[in-house]
Design a protein around this ligand. Structure first.
Ligand SMILES: Nc1ncnc2c1ncn2[C@@H]1O[C@H](COP(=O)(O)OP(=O)(O)OP(=O)(O)O)[C@@H](O)[C@H]1O
Length: 311
């Protein structure tokens, strides 16, 4: 009933707030002047081209890396605080686990390091993949290791789960199983998830929030439904020009393409779109591809994803 209404509700808690964070290496900036807010309880897809700074951003939130500029808060706490350490779990791309430990020893270590450890949940994830408890990590396949790393991250029962391209080495069935579990877990415990991935079509089924970083900065952020409904995919007959026809020029253009006799454009409409254009709502993949192909398109940061300029 309240969904979709314009009346402001009570302010949602923030899982992450970033104020102008940047990280510079000798070769240059990995991430630059990035400000955003991720409301608690969302499953947020983090999308961007290779080298855009996704791992850098997650590493700052997980306290593995200090920002060169700006500040970041997780549930209002500094990433290096005990509170953030307790509430955040990070599943890194390279899934660092001790190769000489058995699976059982790995879970035991998780239990000893984490006061809120959920052994049952962790064991369930391992056993449902038929991974033997007494196998050494070093003898497991890449996908099995990923499953154990998932078990360790879930067993911690974090309030914020940072997953850096967790799906890459999983077969389609396991990917589906672990993502279904992730959504059930997030729904049951209110866990906030920030998930980087290049699998755009899959994100549509998993995520209800989205952030795109490209060219060192944030290009798109907000609720998936809201982002989709504020864009229109236009189709019409090309008249040989790539530029928007004059009658459409007042809309915000993200991308224009001409293919054969067909003109297509992704726009953020400002008012009605008249004849003869066909106007459709884009799917998430179409929206993301348009922003990824056009890093200079005007950024769209929805109000729920904005922070005040200073912390
Ligand atoms: N330790 C480092 N030393 C120097 N440069 C680095 C280091 N780590 C990352 N970078 C650079 O910072 C930039 C951002 O890297 P990052 O790993 O955050 O990108 P990403 O979006 O996660 O990429 P991918 O999709 O390929 O995983 C890249 O240009 C990368 O080369």
């Amino acid at each position: 009933m309240s969904e979709g209404m314009d009346l402001p509700g009570p302010p949602e808690e923030s899982a992450v707030e970033a104020y102008g964070i940047g990280r510079k290496y000798r070769r240059g900036w990995a991430l630059r002047d990035c400000s955003f807010r991720l409301p608690a309880g969302r499953i947020c897809g983090l999308v961007g081209p290779n080298g855009a700074g996704k791992t850098t951003l997650m590493s700052i939130a997980a306290n593995l890396l200090a920002p060169t500029t700006g500040t970041l808060r997780v549930f209002g706490a500094r990433p290096d605080s005990a509170e953030a350490g307790r509430r955040v779990a990070f599943l890194a791309q390279e899934k660092p686990l001790y190769r000489r430990f058995t699976v059982a020893e790995t879970l035991r270590l998780g239990r000893e390091l984490n006061p809120g450890w959920d052994q049952q949940a962790a064991e369930h994830i391992v056993r449902s993949g038929n991974v033997p408890m007494n196998a050494r990590i070093g003898t497991l396949s890449g996908g099995q290791r990923t499953r154990v790393a998932f078990a360790v991250a879930f067993g911690k029962r974090p309030d914020l789960l940072l997953l850096d391209e967790p799906l890459a080495d999983l077969d389609p069935l396991v990917r589906h199983e672990l993502m279904t579990m992730l959504m059930a877990e997030a729904a049951e415990h209110g866990t906030t998830v920030l998930l980087s991935s290049h699998m755009l079509a899959e994100l549509e089924t998993v995520c209800d929030y989205l952030m795109v970083i490209a060219g060192g900065g944030l290009r798109l952020a907000g609720d998936v439904d809201e982002l989709l409904s504020t864009h229109v995919l236009l189709t019409g007959v090309a008249d040989g020009r790539l530029h928007p026809p004059a009658a459409l020029a007042h809309h915000t253009f993200v991308e224009t393409r001409v293919s054969g006799r067909q003109f297509t454009a992704l726009i953020r409409p400002d008012g009605p779109i008249g004849y003869p254009w066909q106007a459709d709502t884009p799917n998430l993949e179409e929206l993301l591809l348009a922003y990824l192909r056009n890093p200079d398109a005007p950024a769209l940061i929805s109000p729920t994803a904005r922070v005040a300029v200073t912390a």
